[in-house]
Design a protein. Sequence first.
Length: 122
Amino acid sequence: MIKQNSGRIVNVASVAGFMGLNDGQAHYSAAKAGIMAFTRCLSLEVAPHRITANTIAPGFIYNEFLARIYPEEEIRRMNEDIPYPRKGTPEDIANIALFLCSQEGEYVTGQTICATGGSFMR
């Protein structure tokens, strides 16, 4: 990227990097916060080369893996904390990544974008 004087870096963390989620997951939250800090520092280092670096921090994103490990009642309970009236999907995260990698996202760097359907605001 430095050689071509352009590029996009998109890291994925979690809203857990901003707040603890569950007992026994301090290591997970610390790792996600580390990704966010790494991205901010990296963005400063690579900006002179027209490279951007950002992080996406998803909240609860419904997918087939979660459907296999959580009972439907648990998934319904988790979604009750989300103000936006639908489940988050992997496509929601992909669309943010597409924006960050596009020409339209060129001036966004060093940021963490939360995709939570509004649940992180509570």
